[in-house]
Design a protein around this ligand. Sequence first.
Ligand SMILES: *Cc1c(COP(=O)(O)O)cnc(C)c1O
Length: 237
Amino acid sequence: MTLPPTQRRAELAANLAAVRSRIDRARVVAGRADPVTLIAVTKYFPAGDVDLLCELGVRDVGENKVQEATAKVAGLAHRGDIRVHFIGQLQSNKVRAVTAWADVVQSVDREKLVTGLGRGALEHGRRIDVLVQVSLDDPHVPGRGGAAPDGARRLADLVAGTESLTLRGVMAVAPVGADPRAAFARLAEVARGIREDHPQATWISAGMSADLEEAVEEGATHLRVGTAILGSRPSLG
Ligand SMILES: *Cc1c(COP(=O)(O)O)cnc(C)c1O
């Protein structure tokens, strides 16, 4: 963590290369020619790391805490070159703050958030890309984040009907201790259902450090990878 910048840069470069080759191999296995977007999840790591990643070609970063991300984004030297994704659970009273800087909000799982994001984006004169977060816990576990699969379609309709928001697709986290492949297959099915009404909603955000191969094989278009790129997160919150 406290490496000098040149050493940290070399470490990040090596980790990124390893992750990119894992993704390429998974694409070959899956027979996929379409691109897969890598989102570097930089939560708990400093703005300096985000700038280094940007210099190494990363164009998408993920953050999951509003306060931390608000300060970090403001301190980025390369802000103009990257797309910032908010991927964490969102409390209603923090929605407005997120609309000041998020390019994408991936964790929309209830109506109230859609209304708040729509209003905040409008106030800031911005358009925000939105993913509906789907819960893949079976049975549904309240508090883990995500809308139940049968409610995702209604939420997608609501996002699509909001002027300052663009519906891009779906996001999910694999359930703890379950087979990620089956969960991601289920997510792909939910995504298919939403595309019947919203053909432009093509993004499927799934897969993290431990299960990115399964996600690519089940059709993920976006991967959210933290630990495998940045190392173990410091334990402070
Ligand atoms: C932290 C986080 C990730 C990255 O997890 P790693 O296992 O470190 O790759 C992905 N998605 C969400 C929603 C996260 O909060």
